[in-house]
Design a protein around this ligand. Structure first.
Ligand SMILES: [Zn+2]
Length: 125
């Protein structure tokens, strides 16, 4: 198992998709080394960074859903709703790839720096 900075790993995986020529130090034979990403893991800040998301300090800080945090203080928190008597909770909508992609394009097109920062903070993207 190799632990490496995930951003660097992605660059290497894309760059060396066809493999790179290496030499086996024991047999001194050359071979083609190919890298394939099999698993992806990390803590919340690391995953947010590698996914280009704002993380848990955004209003919509969850990478899976559209839950909205409360930012009335300096920090954002996500209050748990009290389940009604029917025991049904309205869960937030899940994020979709297309929605996230479209929002990223929209944010990228914003020229005003403060407006862009606000949109990033609000959307979590
Ligand atoms: Zn969520």
């Amino acid at each position: 198992m190799i632990i490496i900075n995930s951003y660097i790993l992605l660059i290497y995986c894309n760059y060396y998709l066809d493999g790179i020529s290496c030499v086996d130090s024991l047999t001194e034979e050359s071979f083609i080394l190919k890298a394939h990403l099999l698993s992806w893991s990390g803590d919340i800040p690391a995953l947010s960074k590698t996914l280009n998301l704002s993380g848990h300090n955004a209003i919509k800080g969850c990478r899976f859903c559209q839950i909205e945090g409360n930012s009335s203080t300096r920090h954002v928190y996500y209050p748990l709703p009290i389940p009604p008597m029917s025991n049904k909770i309205n869960l937030p909508q899940l994020r979709t790839h297309n929605e996230t992609y479209q929002k990223a394009l929209q944010i990228e097109s914003i020229n005003n720096t403060n407006e862009k920062k606000n949109e990033i903070k609000n959307s979590g993207i």
